[in-house]
Design a protein around this ligand. Structure first.
Ligand SMILES: Nc1ncnc2c1ncn2[C@@H]1O[C@H](COP(=O)(O)OS(=O)(=O)O)[C@@H](OP(=O)(O)O)[C@H]1O
Ligand SMILES: Nc1ncnc2c1ncn2[C@@H]1O[C@H](COP(=O)(O)OP(=O)(O)O)[C@@H](O)[C@H]1O
Length: 197
């Protein structure tokens, strides 16, 4: 970091925004295999928060890998940098009083823990979107598993790149057993239980 940088203390801090919005802010971090249902469930939760007039925002591949992180690929180091930047962005959203939902594979426990540790204790909810690989492969919404199996895509998560399941997530969603609506309600119930909303 340049030595001539100084921090400016803003007069408005996170507590002001939370008070105005009337609810807590923090990160709901969805992690899971491609096709497990991260985007579908996160999007539904976001809609439900919006319907309740709460301040929320969804970060996912469309608005991140096509923009901020368009220079990154899928090698382990790139994924690490992807998650690091998303974590920093999510922290800024949290500081602005927003409930931010993220939907990224984020395959490494260490990278997810680094984001958790960026935030004050309790402001990070890790949601494991737990769906067996066979089911994700059957869904194959983008046809990517087929390409990975044929060798057209190399280093695909779950096929020839690792996915480290969360060790101690706040929530586990079984998307192969419950529908999107039920999974989204499970998240909303948890937010209510925690007093976020
Ligand atoms: N090699 C490889 N491995 C995994 N996924 C791949 C790969 N190449 C492209 N894709 C597509 O990119 C989406 C995953 O991007 P993420 O930013 O979530 O990945 S990561 O968190 O950095 O691991 C993922 O989207 P989702 O299906 O929404 O998870 C894929 O569509
Ligand atoms: N309970 C469920 N939760 C989430 N997605 C589900 C569920 N049941 C079926 N699906 C389907 O599985 C696919 C998941 O795709 P997506 O949400 O893009 O996953 P990801 O973001 O993890 O790659 C969608 O086509 C979705 O309709």
């Amino acid at each position: 970091m340049g030595s001539n940088l100084t921090w400016h203390d803003a007069s408005l801090q996170v507590d002001h925004y939370r008070k105005r919005n009337g609810h807590h802010s923090g990160v709901i971090w969805f992690t899971g295999l491609s096709g497990s249902g991260k985007s579908s469930v996160a999007n539904r939760v976001n809609e439900k928060l919006y319907e309740k007039h709460l301040q929320s925002y969804l970060l996912d591949g469309d608005n991140v890998r096509h923009g901020l992180n368009q220079d990154l690929g899928f090698a382990a180091q790139d994924r690490e940098e992807n998650i690091r930047r998303i974590g920093e962005v999510a922290k800024l959203f949290t500081d602005s009083g927003t409930i931010v939902l993220t939907a990224f594979i984020s395959p490494y426990q260490e990278d997810r823990d680094r984001v958790r540790n960026l935030l004050p204790e309790g402001d990070f909810i890790e949601v494991f979107v737990d769906c067996p690989l066979e089911e994700c492969e059957k869904r194959d919404p983008k046809g990517l598993y087929e390409k990975a199996r044929s060798g057209e895509i190399k280093g695909f998560t779950g096929i020839d790149a690792p996915y480290e399941a969360p060790i101690d997530p706040e929530l586990v969603l079984h998307t192969h057993e419950r529908d999107i609506e039920t999974c989204a309600n499970q998240v909303i119930d948890y937010l209510e239980e925690r007093g976020w909303v």
